[in-house]
Design a protein around this ligand. Structure first.
Ligand code: SF4
Length: 273
């Protein structure tokens, strides 16, 4: 453990959310990082927090403002879930345990554990793909489910969960990658099997995908003007069938709403309709 911590002190990644124990600032960083590359998150994080510095500031904002500030980070549903979580916190205060945090909209076990640990000092492992891969190699076989959780809980050094979580995250991101760089690893002496491979979650291609069409539609609609499906398809220049599917999904997820004159982004001022 000391070798890991010594390596971490020399090589740790420096992110703005590592300089705070504000649960809102940490939750924002974790939700942003869920499906977006960390460099893109770091580039957008400060301006996002400047616009929404507290749960109350986000809770009272029009959803279209939240989507506009989120634009380019992808998976827009995360932004609306974050706003839903902000409303719960603004109304009822912070749950300060991982179990309580998991009840917030859009907050899964990993995000809940990360916020509980980094903001409230709960001594829990934050189990993500990186940690799963690293621990599986340390133990020598692919770990899943309860076995992974039990091993991680047993490894967290007393009183040092935040440091341990950050150190294992950075080891997984910088050294113990899917193809590991064992020659530079501080814990190679206690690693059971570097050949254990835990594949990262697969992400479908972006070009020509429904995700690409959804993103194009949301960016177009952020001006709050209503548009018919035909007008949307003609403007974004994606296949009309894919546009129809994307519009239906965006309405179902509460990102757009259907009005007499077509579709409009959720919460757009009536005057814009
Ligand atoms: S020795 Fe290799 S496989 Fe094992 S933890 Fe280090 S980088 Fe990962």
């Amino acid at each position: 453990m000391e070798a890991l911590f010594a390596w971490y002190e020399r090589h740790r990644r420096d992110f703005p959310w590592r300089h705070t124990d504000d649960p809102w600032a940490i939750l924002v960083s974790e939700v942003m990082s869920q499906q977006t590359q960390i460099d893109r998150v770091a580039a957008r994080y400060d301006s996002f927090l400047a616009r929404f510095p507290t749960p109350r500031a986000m809770a009272s904002a029009p959803p279209s403002d939240v989507l506009a500030e989120w634009s380019g980070l992808g998976y827009n549903r995360r932004a609306l879930n974050l706003q839903a979580a902000a409303r719960v916190v603004a109304e009822s205060g912070w749950p300060d345990t991982s179990t309580g945090l998991e009840a917030l909209p859009g907050v899964g076990p990993y995000t809940a554990a990360a916020v509980a640990c980094f903001a409230f000092g709960e001594q829990v492992p934050a189990i993500d793909t990186n940690l799963k891969r690293v621990l599986s190699r340390w133990i020598g076989r692919p770990l899943t489910g309860t076995e992974l959780s039990d091993q991680a809980v047993a490894m967290v050094p007393a009183g040092q969960a935040a440091r341990w979580n950050s150190a294992v995250m950075d080891l997984g991101a910088l050294i113990c990658k899917p193809v590991p760089r064992c020659e530079g690893c501080p814990v190679s002496g206690s690693c059971a099997d570097p050949t254990v491979y835990v594949p990262p979650p697969r992400q479908a291609g972006f070009d020509g995908s429904l995700r690409q069409t959804r993103g194009a539609i949301v960016r177009l609609m952020l001006d709050g003007r209503p548009r018919t499906a035909d007008l949307v398809a003609a403007t974004v220049r994606h296949e009309p069938d894919r546009v129809e599917t994307a519009l239906s999904a965006l309405v179902e997820e509460g990102i757009l709403e259907s009005v007499d004159s077509g579709y409009v982004v959720i919460g757009a001022a009536p005057a814009a309709r």
